[in-house]
Design a protein around this ligand. Sequence first.
Ligand code: HEC
Length: 328
Amino acid sequence: MKKLQKISALALLVGGLVLTTACHRSPNDPGTEFAPQMYISKAYEPYSQTEKNKINPYGMNMRLPANNTVSRRFSNNVTGETSYQGDFMYYAIGKGDAGLAEAEKSLNPPFEPDDKVLAEGQVLYTRYCTPCHGEKGDGKGKVAELYKGVANISASGALKSVNSGHIFHVITHGKGRMWSHASQLNPDERWKVVYYVHTLQGQELKGRPIEFKAEKGATFVLKSVLFKTGSNELDESSKKDLDRLADFMKKNPTVTGEISGHTDNEGDAKKNQKISEERAKVVTQYLEKAGISTDKLTEVGLGDKQPKASNDTKEGKAQNRRIEFKIL
Ligand code: HEC
């Protein structure tokens, strides 16, 4: 028992000494740093510089952007609003009705919706949108059972015709009860989701590249092939489908095909016939230049004889003026 008391007394004494030593310290002294490299970055940190930079001007880590650099924050600020939400991205169309209207009018996806883009869009949609909007976009996701008011963005809903810019804007800024997804999805990913939503809406995807298939009798409308009004000169846009076709024919050397020119029924039938022949010829010439032998291609002008849609509407007429490629 005595021994125990002695030990406790000793312990108290040591404890007291330790305490008194600790009390001597100034509260402003942080003490010794044992491993400064653990909290002082070796990298050139612009905002937390501890030593003079030996290389950069003025000894500063922080540097000015190169001359003529465009600030991304303001690069797309078409509404004149200052938006800090999309700060580090090129998107700075403001919130609200004005922003939404501007997005609808001015935004277009920066890439084409090929199969890979759509597949990725589906994965992202499933991850970020399905919980509320449901697999089909009808607003019947699991979360929607509790979080009311989820919009139906499928072909059966009132939003089936909203365009790419609209959807991109809603994903970026949110709308009403839907929150912004700008921090989950970068701009490219948002466009992929936009394309996938278009498929749920049942919209035809603009700019979808033609997937040529080497099947006898298969016919493809070369939608991007357009001519300058009243002439046979190919529009710049035409190259897209034509280069893809040339590529396809090179990869499938046994394929032979027919290029046919078609017009609407506007004006004189004979003239239309002639124009369609000439345009088919211009297309085969382009393909020839792209390295496709002329014995693999025949060309034919069909004038207004094979309309694809009604000639009674403007849209129908536009569909009828076309170049087709048929595999023989
Ligand atoms: C937490 C649930 C939730 C998630 C997740 C969600 N949404 Fe929404 N979304 C809503 C709600 C609620 C509305 C209705 C908004 C309103 O008008 O109040 C809506 C509306 C919309 C609209 C229509 C906007 C309009 O013009 O009325 C679109 C388009 C849309 N969402 C797309 C998406 C896409 C794409 C994703 C995935 C990136 C997504 N949403 C993720 C809940 C959600």
